[in-house]
Write a protein that binds this ligand. Structure first.
Ligand code: DON
Length: 610
């Protein structure tokens, strides 16, 4: 796709509330701060974020982003809009948007929190360190994270994906009903909306319901994606009936069964999913196909409000998703890199990329060895984020030579683009970063009969056998072994960044499997250190390293010179397919509106009617 088409396509994914595209061109882009590192002002840079006076939604698919923008227009806040977009993505982006998967959401809203009055914080005292509330006060507002990661069913066992000879049965771990964790999305979205939204749930879900019922014109991207997934989907009769043969671009895709499921949720909240006909159909499918999810697993599922991890980078408070999310690893990498003069060595230079790769490897070593579900595994979070410990990791970086994984000693890599991330800013500066997934594209490819939604294969994010690689090449340890009720470790890393005085600034995140954390890292470095505007920060070429395999993945766009210098330092390089889709938003100073940038890597032209 040409750069021009990419930019045009990116624009289509950003829905402006109260500002026409013409207003975008007239936006006072200089109103945003430009950190040191780039002498060009925002408006002079190659890429241009989209501006809106009244809130913005950045998402991977335009109809779903429009759903969220419509909810902002109707008086919803960032949470309402994020939930509306996520439910709409379950209709329009079936490869990643979902009801049968899970995810994480991070939010910041101005003013006092409505959650206690709504009964969402039973038995907790108001937030702040020392309190036992999950809420954190920051910049005159409230921040909280929602953990709606899938859980292992009660009947799960540590060895459930092993063959008799001890090897991992990859098909069982990724394509069978055993690969499905108890879905969390419906519980998570409805919890966030009930505790922090402004509008009734049914209003927020109305656009998704309409898209499922009336149908929408299939985009070329969806048509191609369904074609690629046809062998997987063909193996399941209900998926075959829903999606095959793949509709050509422009054909209307109606999903009446999914519409009925959405209607049940809109009417009954999460009970419309975890109890009653939807739950019965899911459990019956499990029983028929050797799956483990039983009614008690569904009834016991709880999405949870949790305290975000808080770090600081170059004076900016950064909120990340605690384990089992990817925020701890992200904050570790930021902490290791903090004193490096990355602006001086420069974007995409070998002298910048080398410490980045080494810092990534060190943090992935800890991730693989130590991280898991904090409800079941003790994780030394404070120590892993302490300046002393991060300093000790930093000192292990040799400025001239790559340190081999054997020396760093630990774990992992692979590809995947089938999670989805959305970011929302509302008119009051409220921010939401939401990442959700089925794990693989279309999860395990199995649809719950009559209910119109696909099941995740998130159980593969556990270590099926400690030390052996999962689909993303991650060689994780005992801390992430399968256990009943446990949530698998995730790389998903919705992230919020604040101005030094605590006011909200950026919401970002990405899909990309194990590359999520490093994608988010680079969006932040590009914006905070290298002075790119939001669109440039999202579009810039990305690299990735995760210790094992021992190599740096580089997208197109790195110079032969940088590559040669990295190789001379002992790095092995691979030119890698595009990584991530970091749809991001930013709040401008003093009521100046907000900016959005959807990632040109995954943007497609809008669907065309037949
Ligand atoms: O939670 C995780 O880390 C993975 N299940 C995410 C999968 C993913 O991002 C796939 N595609 N991009």
């Amino acid at each position: 796709m040409s750069a021009r088409r990419r930019q045009a396509a990116a624009l289509t994914l950003l829905l402006l509330v109260g500002a026409s595209p013409a207003a975008v061109a007239q936006a006072p882009a200089q109103a945003a701060s430009t950190p040191a590192g780039n002498e060009l002002q925002e408006g002079e840079q190659r890429f241009r974020p989209v501006w809106s006076a009244r809130g913005i939604v950045a998402a991977q698919e335009p109809l779903a982003a429009a759903a969220g923008a419509g909810i902002l227009r109707a008086g919803g806040n960032a949470v309402d809009a994020a939930v509306a977009t996520a439910f709409a993505l379950a209709v329009t982006l079936p490869q990643a948007g979902n009801l049968g998967g899970g995810g994480f959401l991070l939010l910041w809203l101005p003013g006092p929190s409505p959650a206690a009055a709504r009964g969402c914080l039973p038995g907790t005292r108001p937030g702040g360190p020392g309190g036992d509330s999950p809420e954190r006060r920051l910049g005159g507002g409230t921040a909280v994270a929602v953990n709606f990661r899938e859980t292992a069913p009660q009947a799960a066992t540590p060895t459930m994906f092993l063959r008799a000879d001890g090897t991992v049965d990859r098909a069982r771990a990724t394509r069978s009903l055993l690969s499905t964790g108890v879905p969390g999305s419906v519980a998570g979205l409805t919890l966030a909306q009930r505790c922090y939204g402004r509008l009734p749930l049914a209003r927020v879900m109305a656009p998704a319901l309409r898209l499922a019922e009336a149908g929408f014109p299939v985009s070329r991207e969806l048509s191609d994606s369904l074609t690629a997934a046809a062998p997987l989907l063909a193996a399941d009769p209900a998926s075959r009936q829903l999606f095959l043969p793949p509709p050509p671009p422009g054909r209307l895709l109606r999903q009446p069964a999914l519409a009925a499921t959405l209607r049940r949720i809109a009417a009954r909240g999460e009970r419309g999913f975890y109890e009653g006909p939807v739950a019965d159909a899911l459990v019956a499918r499990m029983a028929r196909g050797g799956g483990l999810i039983r009614p008690r697993d569904l009834r016991a599922y709880r999405a949870r409000l949790v305290a975000p991890l808080q770090g600081r980078f170059r004076g900016h408070p950064v909120l990340g998703m605690p384990p089992p999310g990817g925020g701890l690893t992200l904050l570790q990498i930021l902490g290791i890199l903090e004193p490096f003069a990355l602006a001086a060595t420069g974007l995409n230079a070998a002298a910048t990329l080398h410490p980045m790769a080494e810092a990534m490897n060190l943090a992935y070593r800890d991730r693989n060895a130590l991280l898991g579900d904090p409800d079941q595994v003790a994780i030394p979070v404070d120590r892993l984020l302490s300046p002393a410990y991060l300093g000790s990791l930093r000192r292990r970086i040799d400025g001239r030579r790559h340190t081999s994984p054997q020396q760093v000693e630990a774990a992992a890599a692979a590809e995947g683009t089938n999670t989805t991330h959305l970011s929302v800013a509302d008119r009051q500066g409220g921010l939401v970063a939401l990442t959700t997934t089925l794990n693989f594209a279309y999860g395990n490819g199995i649809t719950v009969p009559g209910m119109g939604f696909l099941l995740n294969n998130e159980m593969d994010d556990f270590s099926a056998r400690p030390g052996s690689a999962n689909a993303f090449g991650l060689r994780q340890g005992q801390a992430n072994a399968i256990a009943p009720g446990r949530r698998p470790l995730s790389s998903m890393a919705p992230t919020l960044v604040f101005r030094p005085d605590g006011r909200p600034w950026i919401a970002t995140g990405s899909p990309g499997g194990s590359r999520i954390i490093t994608t988010v890292l680079q969006v932040l470095l590009n914006r905070l250190v290298h002075g790119l505007n939001l669109a440039g920060a999202v579009a810039a070429p990305r690299m990735h390293s995760q210790l094992w395999p021992d190599r740096i993945d580089l997208e197109e766009g790195f110079s032969p010179d940088s590559r040669r210098l990295l190789e001379a330092m002992g790095h092995t390089l691979r030119t890698a397919p595009a990584m991530g889709a970091a749809n991001s938003v930013e709040v401008l100073e003093a009521g100046g509106g907000s900016l959005g940038a959807s990632d040109p890597r995954r943007a497609e032209a809008p669907a065309v009617p037949e």
